[in-house]
Write a protein that binds this ligand. Structure first.
Ligand code: ADP
Ligand code: ADP
Ligand code: ZN
Length: 209
């Protein structure tokens, strides 16, 4: 199954994708996670994108498309994938259609007030990228990742100014993808407002699982 997770920052795409991989048995591919590991490794890609990501803007289409094209050519992605955070612009969606056809696009629907509540409390594992929340999904040991014991931190782009920028970028550049995919008959709306277990149910229902 080839799935795209679409939705504003903080909608819960990464959290749901981590749960959904057990259901659909395909790899979870998050461009945000790939970029953050490149930054942590101080690779050439990481050095190129750090300031852009920290400010809440988008990495350029060519760089991002090339990265995803390469990732989707790997063996584990041949049976399918969950693409989380890609595509984020119309040119990215058009490029993707040339090298892979998604089966469905899940549109995570959530109001801004909830997005702010989720992003302002988000914590992320430095080592494995797992997501936590100070109120809704606390790690068992304070500040340490349940999965790998890594340190959890506040993303630079989860600070107030970058959050505002990211919501603006979402509205201008990413939200048009909703219509783009609806017209192709691929879009499924998922109510992303309730707690994670409920959202998992909504997701399964949308896909008929
Ligand atoms: P969010 O939690 O906001 O959904 P992600 O972890 O998906 O954030 O992405 C973090 C940042 O990485 C984005 O704000 C952007 O700078 C960059 N990024 C991720 N995916 C893309 C993409 N498809 N195109 C351009 N930039 C991207
Ligand atoms: P995205 O990948 O869409 O940016 P995340 O999965 O990182 O979103 O979730 C954003 C924040 O909200 C994280 O702190 C996460 O723990 C929390 N979160 C995710 N889904 C829910 C939910 N259904 N209810 C409450 N908090 C959630
Ligand atoms: Zn971890």
């Amino acid at each position: 199954m080839k799935l795209i997770f679409l939705g504003p920052p903080g909608a819960g795409k990464g959290t749901l994708a981590a749960k959904a991989v057990d259901l659909v048995k395909v790899p979870h591919i998050s461009t945000g996670v790939i970029f953050r590991s490149a930054i942590a490794a101080q690779s050439p890609l990481g050095r190129k994108v750090k300031a852009i990501i920290d400010s809440g803007k988008l990495v350029d289409d060519d760089t991002t498309i090339e990265l995803v094209k390469e990732r989707l050519s790997q063996g584990d992605a041949q049976k399918g994938y969950i693409l989380d955070g890609f595509p984020r612009t119309i040119p990215q969606a058009e490029a993707l259609a040339e090298f892979s056809s998604a089966d469905k696009v899940l549109n995570f629907d959530i109001p801004d007030a909830k997005v702010l509540e989720r992003l302002s409390g988000r914590r992320v594992c430095k080592k494995c990228g797992a997501n936590y929340h100070v109120l809704f999904n606390k790690p068992k040991k304070e500040s340490l990742c349940d999965a790998c014991g890594g340190e959890v931190y506040i993303r630079e782009d989860d600070k107030e100014e970058a959050i505002r920028k990211r919501l603006e970028v979402y509205r201008d550049q990413t939200a048009p993808l909703i219509d783009f995919y609806r017209k192709k008959g691929l879009l499924l709306d998922v109510d992303a407002r309730p707690g994670t277990d409920e959202v998992v149910k909504n997701f399964k229902q949308a896909l008929g699982l």
